[in-house]
Design a protein around this ligand. Structure first.
Ligand code: NAD
Ligand code: UDP
Ligand code: UDP
Length: 310
């Protein structure tokens, strides 16, 4: 049955893919965004769907409407963007979650929070299961994002316990794909843009730190499954457990783009986690979900996208 679904942050990278998927399934989608890091370009192709609606609004301010489901994605996700105005980032996570939970409570909507692997901080347990409480600096430059997301998780669980709100929490690990903002500052977009322009590939620190990269289509499948699964609130990790060093990623991008770019080393940002890899046993068990797209396949599609826009 067709549902009315609110996606906050719907004009962003992940939000635009999720909107597309839900519209294709025949749902009404309301995209709420303040266009801080998202863009109209990301959702332009969706305006042909009669069920698509866009609202320019900041989630830190209350909003009243009637919906069946809410995906709460509003929040800048790349370190340069979330550190640009750290206080507003914290407000977005905390007040945004509060307002959307209040909305969900009033109209009895199911609500999913886009949390993050950053709740594990610089993890001492590897790979990271959902039962690990994390190692987060509460007063550092990444804290506005990490602690904001942790606080949002707390609010979600307390609205569930106190008010019976039907909540879902997913912890998203590094995700990439078409429609990432070329100026986003995240590693996959930086390396591809640099390689295509023949500029130096900037490796922060030694490049031996690791991340596990998930292609956006795999994530969207997991998000929809989590929203539509009965009786399981999470939190649940959604990520691709294949782990790479940034040096390996740079090498792959140079090879796949046929670029003549050279790698250069730059200082490591403060509190940059040394390793990250999801334990996805819970997602497999509860959602029957696992990622299918390898880094190679996903990079192919992402490189093709950046070639088309640069
Ligand atoms: P993005 O920056 O492309 O999208 C975020 C969207 O939220 C943008 O459209 C932005 O304009 C909007 N937004 C920001 N602040 C807002 C506010 N106060 N009110 C209304 N809209 C606001 O990032 P993304 O990669 O698409 O991330 C989407 C969500 O997924 C974020 O919550 C992010 O924390 C989470 N996440 C992403 C990743 C990843 O690797 N991409 C990893 C973990 C978690
Ligand atoms: N809220 C909202 N839209 C709604 C209902 C609530 O934005 O449709 C906001 C509300 O303004 C408040 C927050 O959500 O800031 C939490 O609402 P709740 O009803 O849980 O708490 P209260 O308003 O009683 O403090
Ligand atoms: N990174 C890098 N070069 C860049 C951008 C990022 O080496 O041009 C590194 C960064 O220091 C981190 C990793 O790549 O160790 C992933 O960074 P990103 O910002 O994409 O994600 P996050 O740190 O939030 O996982």
């Amino acid at each position: 049955m067709s549902k009315r679904i609110l996606i906050t942050g719907g004009a962003g990278f992940i939000g635009s893919h999720l909107s597309e998927r839900l519209l294709r399934e025949g749902h009404e989608v309301i995209c709420m965004d303040n266009f801080f890091t998202g863009s109209k370009q990301n959702i332009l192709h969706l305006t042909d769907y009669p069920g698509f609606e866009v609202i320019r609004h900041d989630v830190t301010v209350p909003y009243v409407m009637e919906v069946d489901q809410i995906y709460n994605l509003a929040c800048p996700a790349s370190p340069p963007h979330y550190q640009f105005d750290p206080i507003h980032t914290m407000k977005t996570s905390v007040l945004g979650a509060l307002n959307m939970l209040g909305l969900a409570k009033r109209c009895k909507a199911r609500i999913l929070q886009a949390s993050t692997s950053e709740v594990y901080g610089d993890p001492m347990v590897h790979p990271q299961p959902e039962t690990y409480w994390g190692n987060v600096n509460p007063v550092g430059v990444r804290s506005c994002y990490d602690e904001g997301k942790r606080c949002a998780e707390t609010l979600f669980m307390d609205y569930r316990r106190m008010n019976g709100v039907d909540v879902r929490i997913i912890r998203i690990f590094n995700t990439y794909g078409p429609r990432m903002n070329p100026n986003d500052g995240r590693v996959v977009s930086n390396f591809i843009v640099q390689a295509l322009k023949g500029e130096d590939i900037t490796i922060y620190g030694t490049g031996k730190q690791t991340r596990s990269f998930q292609y956006v289509d795999d994530l969207v499948e997991g998000m929809v499954r989590m929203m539509d699964t009965e009786g399981f609130s999470g939190p649940v990790n959604l990520g691709n457990p294949e782990e790479f060093t940034m040096l390996e990623l740079a090498e792959k991008v140079i090879e796949m783009t046929g670029s003549s770019s050279k790698t250069v080393f730059r200082p490591l940002p403060l509190d940059d986690p040394t390793q990250r890899k999801p334990d996805i046993r819970l997602a497999k068990e509860k959602l029957g979900w696992k990622p299918h797209i390898t880094l190679e396949k996903g990079l192919e599609k992402t490189i093709a996208y950046f070639r088309s826009i640069l």
